[in-house]
Design a binder for this molecule. Structure first.
Ligand SMILES: [Zn+2]
Length: 283
């Protein structure tokens, strides 16, 4: 069951669902207008979010900012029915999808061609069942680099950031409430045969994130993570980046160096991340 939670004075969010790959959808409530972050993975998802907003007395969405082009963040756009903001790079990717057929056959064919992945196809089938009433619309407001949005009493900063998961992703920072929305930027590249992180992209991403001082870091398929927990995650990534460079991507040597560095065995999460970096080193 999805929950609708208040994070700070101005920010509310709906929790994600892993089976159907519903990401977090959030709203920043201004005195003049509301900015919703991501449109949800379906009309049903978007409608549920808008209902929750109304039930909490927050009014309606006025604008939607997309973190990136992946289906689970954009398929609710039509239902949101308000102007949508995205990076030009995100719009370019969405243009490729606009005429796609979402039937089982079409999904299977795109998996064959290496354009789609089973992970997304399975979640689409679960979210939509047999009725694939998917109508993709393109964003209204497009930008490259940075964009500032005044909602009245609160400002949101959108920042384009390179990363392995989805080129052209946008982070959303709300300085007043000290919250940074990461979208999926911290996740690996899942569209390659082997899921991976690269040293270059992750280093650049972490450097950009370090420019923002937040109390909460929101991972779209996870949670609103408090600063100290997020810093631990960053610490692990920086360590793994270091051993990836030292071992030039040789996985057993990376493991050995990492064990030496932290003075214990790797956790399951660390092992997974380490293997993703080894995969990335072979790209
Ligand atoms: Zn994604």
């Amino acid at each position: 069951m999805q929950q609708f939670k208040q994070l700070t004075d101005r920010i509310w969010y709906q929790t994600p669902v892993s089976e159907t790959d519903r990401p977090i959808v959030a709203v920043i409530t201004g005195d003049e207008r509301n900015l919703v972050i991501d449109a949800g993975n379906s009309s049903r998802h978007a409608a549920l979010f808008v209902d929750e907003m109304e039930q909490q007395g927050l009014g309606k969405p006025d604008l939607v900012a997309l973190t990136h082009w992946h289906w689970d963040h954009v398929f609710g756009m039509k239902q949101m029915a308000v102007p949508t903001i995205a990076t030009n790079r995100t719009v370019d990717e969405m243009r490729k999808m606009i005429d796609y057929d979402w039937s089982d056959e079409a999904l299977a064919e795109r998996i064959q061609q290496g354009i789609e992945i089973p992970f997304c196809a399975d979640a689409i089938k679960l979210e939509f069942g047999a009725t694939r009433d998917i109508e993709l619309v393109l964003p209204t407001i497009r930008f490259t680099g940075e964009l500032e949005i005044d909602l009245g009493g609160v400002t949101c900063l959108l920042r384009q950031v390179e990363n392995d998961h989805s080129p052209g992703s946008a982070l959303v920072f709300v300085p007043q409430d000290r919250v940074l929305f990461l979208g999926d930027a911290m996740y690996a590249d899942i569209f390659s045969a082997k899921w991976n992180y690269t040293v270059e992209q992750t280093t650049r991403l972490l450097d950009v994130i370090a420019e923002y001082d937040a109390d909460y870091y929101v991972w779209s398929h996870g949670e609103a993570m408090p600063k100290d927990t997020f810093e631990q995650e960053v610490h692990v990534l920086r360590h793994i980046i270091e051993v990836t460079k030292q071992a030039e991507g040789h996985v057993s040597e990376m493991r050995r160096l990492y064990r030496e560095l932290v003075g214990r065995d790797l956790t399951t999460d660390e092992e997974e991340t380490l293997v993703f970096f080894a995969n990335g080193a072979k790209k």
